[in-house]
Design a protein around this ligand. Structure first.
Ligand code: R5P
Length: 292
């Protein structure tokens, strides 16, 4: 059968891959993944259609290296059948290791990018990859799709009091500005610093005019929750009303979700680049729009 697209769902992104296949009316190719006692993955395909573009969907959230190697393995296998392999990596791990922060550090993002190329990827597609620097390591056609409009749509439906969008750091200003514009409101960016050795976060802004307003703290990734907790504690001290959190990739390492709730956050909403209890926003639509 001649098909335009076929979608392969890796173990980390099966639900999202099925959604993409449904929207494209494309065949969905099931993979079976078995984990050996030593942690190695054994991947089996039932059948890969011979023609068309093959979309391999696999996020690389924890266990990062396992999910990454599974993505590379699936791409390599699919490449034997088609030369048009698009890797859809909704959450790209290692993107925060996009440059040398301290001398002697390995820039692992650059190695990972080479792995995708070597495996035979024709094009890589990400959702809100952490930085432009990370994206630039990929020397193949690439696309970075924003989930911000989808997240904003969700918040537009909520009854918020005079909402203000907050970025927990200056680096996220553009993201917050875009989110605020979609909500017809304003934004503010806090000043955050992170100790590169301990990973500890500090908010250094002296004050923000948030009194009586509902706040939406917007970030690309929540990992340990440290940035959001510090931002929330700071904003609560400034006598804001409620604090909501929007993020694209909710990793929630350890008890991050619990810590964030405990700091006074009313609700956390993330996307299904990483499946979990907060992933209420579906990104399959924006992915399909970009490839159709
Ligand atoms: C940093 O630049 C990112 O945009 C996130 O703010 C950060 O990765 C969040 O990490 P954590 O939840 O561990 O503070």
């Amino acid at each position: 059968m001649l098909v335009k697209f076929a979608v392969i769902g890796g173990n980390a992104s099966k639900d999202l891959a099925k959604r993409i296949a449904r929207r494209l009316k494309a065949p969905y190719v099931e993979t079976r993944t078995k984990t050996f006692p030593d942690g190695e993955s054994k991947i089996t395909f039932r059948h890969i259609p011979k023609q068309g573009v093959i979309l391999v969907v696999q996020s690389t959230y924890p266990p990062v290296d396992t999910n990454l190697l599974q993505a590379i393995s699936i791409i390599s296998q699919a490449r034997k059948i088609s030369s048009k392999i698009y890797a859809i990596i909704p959450y790209m791990g290692y993107a925060r290791q996009d440059r040398q922060f301290l001398s002697g550090e390995v820039v692992t993002m650059s190695i990972v990018a080479k792995m995708f190329k070597t495996a035979g990827t024709k094009k890589v597609i990400f959702i809100d990859i952490h930085s432009k620097a990370a994206l630039n390591h990929f020397k193949i056609p690439k696309e970075n799709i924003s989930a911000i409009p989808e997240l904003a749509k969700r918040f537009k439906k909520m009854k918020l009091k005079n909402p203000l969008v907050v970025s927990p750091d200056i680096g996220g200003s553009l993201r917050a500005k875009k989110f605020a514009a979609l909500l017809n409101t304003d934004f503010v960016a806090l000043k955050k610093s992170r100790n590169r050795k301990t990973g500890k976060v500090q908010i250094q802004s002296s004050k923000a005019d948030v009194h009586g307003r509902d706040l939406i703290v917007v970030d690309d990734i929540i990992s340990t929750g440290g940035s959001i907790v510090k931002a929330t504690q700071f904003l609560k001290r400034q006598k804001c009303k409620r604090v909501f959190v929007a993020c694209t990739h909710g990793l929630f390492v350890g008890n991050a979700e619990k810590k964030i709730k405990k700091s006074g956050v009313s609700q956390i909403i993330s996307t299904n680049t990483i499946p979990g209890s907060t992933s209420k926003v579906d990104v399959s639509g924006v992915i399909v729009e970009s490839i159709r």
